[in-house]
Design a binder for this molecule. Structure first.
Ligand SMILES: O=P(O)(O)OC[C@H]1O[C@](O)(COP(=O)(O)O)[C@@H](O)[C@@H]1O
Ligand SMILES: [Mg+2]
Ligand SMILES: [Mg+2]
Length: 339
């Protein structure tokens, strides 16, 4: 009988980040520690998501709504507390913005660090009771020089983020991160409790075959949006139409789009003039990742990462995905705004 080869050298997320840190002589190690805190939060949330039914963590938190008007689920509240507690005690964070907290959290003196973390602690939580994939989305800014950490440090364009990422809690927990030099994906190995590099240097295909949008809103769409999706469904010249896939968890829909290509959208429409998704902790981190993987993210007319938010829970329309697919969309929007 042949002996199974045992793996004795694995690249964990921590090892990978330390390798990166060594390339920058001036690096203080603060970001490495911050990423360790975030991966701890993700493991903690992953455990609660997996045991939600057994621990009676499904359902609503008890009538509370967040500032966006969403009814909070028990797991929204738990996930938020996990991240707020972990980030505050890391000593590396000055300001936090969470979907579940109306106001920005300014960390007290003594524990205050140099970074701002914006996050959606549990994305797609309306899906949670059915066991569908959910996730955590985050972005990190460095506070401005001479700033003690105020709300101004997060009201900045997404292109100024230093790190963006998400963790998808599905059949496995997948952490996907960009430090601004490409995108890497890590899968949680539950037996050793470590995220292992499984998707090095993710590149989004330049064109895909899938579109992902809530078609239930189609009657509210503006003509440019309708024309674009019709061009995918009814292509000229006997070409194959695109397939539709929409999970309703941004993390899961974007994860598939990153790996398979195509386009994901939450457009502005006549009912929701700014779309639905929140700029700071949903649109910016995902736009950052998609651009770093070679794709594009636009509102239809503006690069998402160039928007300057005027409030921490601001919303923005978004189309993101394969470079060529998003380019086609932009051309249709340009044609409509010119006419
Ligand atoms: O149900 P809709 O309107 O299609 O919205 C789906 C979108 O809403 C969200 O669930 C919002 O996220 P939260 O669950 O964090 O509020 C996204 O994940 C998803 O893309
Ligand atoms: Mg969300
Ligand atoms: Mg959420």
């Amino acid at each position: 009988m042949s002996e199974e080869k045992v793996t004795t050298d694995i690249i964990t997320l921590t090892r990978h980040v330390l390798d990166e840190q060594r390339k920058h002589k001036e690096a203080s190690g603060d970001l490495t520690l911050l990423l360790n805190t975030i991966q701890l939060g993700c493991k903690f949330v992953a455990t609660n998501v997996r045991k939600a039914r057994l621990l009676n963590l499904v359902g609503l938190a008890g009538g509370a709504t967040n500032i966006s008007g969403d009814e909070q689920k028990k797991l929204d509240v738990i996930s938020n507390e996990i991240f707020v507690n972990a980030l505050r005690s890391s000593g590396k964070v000055a300001v936090m913005v969470s979907e579940e907290d109306d106001e920005a959290i300014i960390v007290e003196e003594g524990l205050k660090g140099k970074y701002c973390v914006v996050f959606d602690p549990l994305d797609g939580s309306s899906n949670i009771d059915a066991g569908v994939n959910v996730g955590t989305i985050f972005g990190i800014y460095r506070v401005h020089e001479d700033s003690t950490g105020t709300i101004k440090d997060v009201l900045r364009p997404g292109r100024e983020m230093v790190i963006a990422g998400y963790c998808m809690y599905g059949s496995s927990a997948n952490l996907v991160i960009s430090l601004g030099n490409g995108v890497n994906g890590y899968t949680l190995d539950n037996s050793i409790g470590e995220f292992i590099l499984t998707h090095p240097n993710i590149k989004i295909p330049s064109r895909g075959k899938i579109y992902s949008v809530n078609e239930g809103n189609a009657s509210f769409w503006y003509p440019a949006c309708t024309e674009y999706f019709n061009s995918l469904k009814f292509p000229p010249g006997g070409k194959n139409p695109y397939s539709a896939r929409y999970i309703g968890s941004m993390v899961a829909d974007v994860h598939r789009t990153l790996l398979y290509g195509g386009i994901f959208a939450y457009p502005a429409d006549k009912k929701s003039k700014n779309g639905k998704l929140r700029l700071l902790y949903e649109c910016f981190p995902m736009a950052f990742l998609v651009e770093q993987a070679g794709g594009q993210a636009t509102t239809g007319t503006t690069r998402v990462l160039d928007i300057v938010p005027t409030e921490i829970h601001a919303r923005a329309p978004i189309f993101l995905g394969s470079k060529d697919d998003v380019e086609d969309l932009k051309n249709i929007y340009a044609k409509h705004s010119a006419s």
